[in-house]
Design a binder for this molecule. Sequence first.
Ligand SMILES: C[S@@+](CC[C@H](N)C(=O)[O-])C[C@H]1O[C@@H](n2cnc3c(N)ncnc32)[C@H](O)[C@@H]1O
Length: 246
Amino acid sequence: MTTLLEHYLTLVARTLVGTIYDDPPLPAMGQTRFDPRARELGWDWPSVAFTMVGAHRLANVRHLLESVIRDGVPGDFVETGVWRGGASIMARAVLFAHGVTDRRVILCDSFEGLPPPDPERYPADAGATFHLHAALAVSEETVRHNFSRFDLLDDQVVFLKGWFKDTMPRVPSETIAVLRLDGDLYESTIDPLNALYDRIPRGGYVIVDDYHAVPTSKEAVHDFLSARGEAPAMVMIEGGGAYFRK
Ligand SMILES: C[S@@+](CC[C@H](N)C(=O)[O-])C[C@H]1O[C@@H](n2cnc3c(N)ncnc32)[C@H](O)[C@@H]1O
């Protein structure tokens, strides 16, 4: 029998990805009609739904948070790159559903879209055009409103606005159980790793949303890990993301 918790989290997830109301995609990725398979895999940009990560990567947020709760791995959920907030709303819903009051969801974003590439510091980002996509700029006010639509905006949700290169040292979590990297660029992947990796305890997770979709993001993760002499087993998430456990 489906439990109330299962039913609630399934309903939240379907609403967040837009499969409950067949939300059509934005034209940015070439599609024009709602395609349930694309939405499952996170291969389109929804026109009104709350996340572009798709059903599988949203389920992964739930499963990894439930894993750290079950295993007693301490710390917050931190997402670097939130867009409309959907993956972080899922994280807050999971904490709510499990009655967890001692972990927070930290949302880091410019709330103005991506920065232009800085090829002098990060040659891998040369030629990137993400900053030209107006659809990637979603204001903090809109994301706060999105949380409140789910009745999930409270003091366990913290917003940190600004460019990662400036804000990462100010992430207000001493301990991070799940770090979700979703900033697309090499810079936007490695800056959070440099600043936050040491705050993840053994048994915590790092999720790399763009592992397959954006080669520079994968490159940043492996450059960071090789510099540390680490080679954790990467677990693939259907549709393009990956994660590893520390
Ligand atoms: C692909 S979207 C995130 C998708 C989101 N996780 C979801 O659930 O749909 C990328 C986000 O990262 C943010 N971003 C990327 N690089 C950044 C940086 N260096 N500093 C601040 N924000 C950044 C953008 O503003 C954008 O909101």
